[in-house]
Design a protein around this ligand. Structure first.
Ligand code: 6GU
Length: 234
């Protein structure tokens, strides 16, 4: 069983988001555990203050080291070895399906969600094993990136998806995007389902889907298409 620990100032945000749909079902079926640890519960001042002004000046506030470290220690005290600890930051390495697949093999993963202008560097040096970004844009905090990562990692954990919901999806498998899908009715708003999909001819259907995947990848993701061609040996 994989356990995700989320160090955050907004525990209800991540817990609400991750207890629905397939991930919620996996928690219920005990394939996953998701625990939010409220950093504010570990402050030592009466006001529950977790941030302060940056040394050297500048805009915004910095999250202080002590409450984060104590919240982290409350997790480490309960598990055998030092866990993978991911700090969500646009300065990190970009997340990918390959990283999701690897992280799905960990027993425990800690996510540190920062806010304000950042986190005191010294606590990062002390606890963080991986710096991860989810893409080239800036968000107001690490909670949404943590939820994105937990969703992607969870679906690679054995038992989380049913046989119907395959983990090795068409998209990103062999560097191609998935072909278009259709369901009933055969005609909707004057648009017909492609004839070949109604033919029952499996070879032709496979060929059509591969052509569609190649076309979509060329159009939307020329970078992926280059990798596909390399892998195909041309
Ligand atoms: Cl991981 N954090 C924040 N704050 N913004 C981001 C991000 C992470 N990844 C992309 N943008």
């Amino acid at each position: 069983m994989t356990t995700f620990y989320i160090l955050t100032l907004f525990p209800e945000m991540v817990l609400d988001g991750l207890h629905t749909s397939i991930i919620g079902r996996a928690v219920k079926n005990e394939h996953l555990r998701i625990e939010a640890v409220n950093i504010r519960d570990f402050t030592t001042n009466k006001h529950g203050k977790v941030d302060d002004y940056p040394y050297g000046g500048g805009a915004g506030m910095v999250m202080q080291a002590q409450p984060i470290y104590d919240a982290y220690q409350s997790i480490v005290a309960r598990i055998e070895k030092r866990p993978r600890t991911i700090y969500l930051t646009p300065k990190g390495e970009t997340f990918s399906q390959t990283k999701a697949r690897k992280l799905a093999q960990e027993e425990n993963i800690v996510f540190l969600c920062g806010h304000y202008e950042g986190v005191d560097e010294r606590v990062l040096e002390e606890i963080v094993t991986d710096y991860v970004s989810i893409g080239d844009y800036v968000l107001t905090g690490g909670e949404l990136p943590a939820m994105v990562m937990i969703d992607a990692i969870s679906r690679m954990v054995p038992g989380v998806l049913s046989n119907q919901e395959s983990g090795e999806t068409e998209t990103f498998h062999n560097y191609l995007l998935e072909y278009p899908q259709y369901s009933r009715p055969e005609e909707w708003m004057g648009r017909k389902v492609p004839e070949v999909l109604l033919s029952g001819h499996h070879k032709n259907i496979e060929k059509w889907r591969l052509e569609q995947s190649i076309r979509l990848t060329k159009e939307n993701r020329p970078d992926l298409y280059e990798k596909y061609k390399e892998q195909e040996g041309d």
